[in-house]
Write a protein that binds this ligand. Structure first.
Ligand code: 3PY
Ligand code: MG
Length: 260
């Protein structure tokens, strides 16, 4: 089976993020040097057939294809793994039971309850995918709720969970009342630092969503192993605004804290 380099990372993982339902943009993004690219079925405008085409497009690039599911649903997780995703990011994990259910959906028996029907897993991963998928598929649980923060230790400790991915917009929304991915609010700074420290102490991947490459570089310097330097929509917005402002000789308009 094709090995998943994200499972044995020695350098920070730079992860692209796709919200636009297009195989063509997936292919373009996959060729830009990212280690991994995530197809976002939670907040992206993406259904299963779009995701299939996008995972196929990503397969033709060096980037490892990942998917974020809309919620902790074993049927959705199974279909995206069958479609060739080499890892799943699951939003809104709030306790260990939810994390165990998530991991079980990503693992064939006896480790979990993923149903057998590997489909594109065989095409992307290779003929021996069924024998090795349990070891190669990446599982990242998103911490972005108050309860998730409170139950952090027990979530991180779940066997088979590879790491944590912070959703800073949702997290800052619940902690500070406004969605701001790079919020400097003391409560948010403390929460992010706590998730980072505890995840690293457990020897697992510490990941976070960011709104720009510069913000992602700061997160890497802070100690994160897995960063997303904005999604395709944010990059399109930023590039469009810059182009218009430069053409008009005007100052760049201010960005919103959420990146949108
Ligand atoms: C968040 O910031 O809440 C996310 O889920 C990132 O997409
Ligand atoms: Mg979120």
């Amino acid at each position: 089976m094709r090995l998943n380099p994200l499972k044995h990372h020695d350098k920070p993982i730079i992860n692209g993020w796709l919200a636009i339902p297009s195989g063509y943009s997936a292919e373009i993004v996959g060729h830009q040097g990212y280690d991994a690219v995530t197809v976002d079925l939670q907040h992206g405008m993406i259904g299963f057939s779009d995701a299939l085409t996008m995972l196929q497009a990503l397969s033709s690039t060096p980037a490892i294809p990942l998917a974020r599911v809309p919620h902790n649903d074993p049927a959705q997780i199974m279909r995206l793994l069958d479609a060739g995703a080499y890892g799943i990011i699951c939003p809104m994990i709030s306790n260990a039971e939810q994390a165990r259910r998530f991991v079980a959906a990503c693992r064939y028996p006896p480790l979990g309850n993923r149903s057998f029907g590997p489909a594109r897993g065989l095409l992307y991963g290779g003929k021996d995918y069924p024998q090795h998928a349990n070891q190669q598929i990446l599982t990242l649980a998103m911490i972005e709720t108050q309860e998730g923060l409170e139950n952090l230790e027990e979530i991180i400790a779940v066997d088979g969970l590879d790491g944590i991915f912070i959703g800073p917009n949702d997290l800052s929304l619940v902690l500070t009342g406004s969605a701001a991915a790079e919020s400097q609010h003391p409560q948010m700074l403390a929460a992010v630092e706590r998730v980072l420290t505890q995840t690293r102490a457990a020897g697992k991947i510490a990941g976070i969503f960011c709104t720009s490459g510069r913000a992602a570089a700061e997160r890497i310097a802070q100690g994160f192993h897995f960063v997303t330097p904005a999604n395709d929509v944010m990059q399109l917005i930023q590039a469009g605004r810059e182009a218009v402002a430069h053409a008009r000789g005007e100052a760049l308009p201010a960005r919103s804290g959420s990146g949108y």
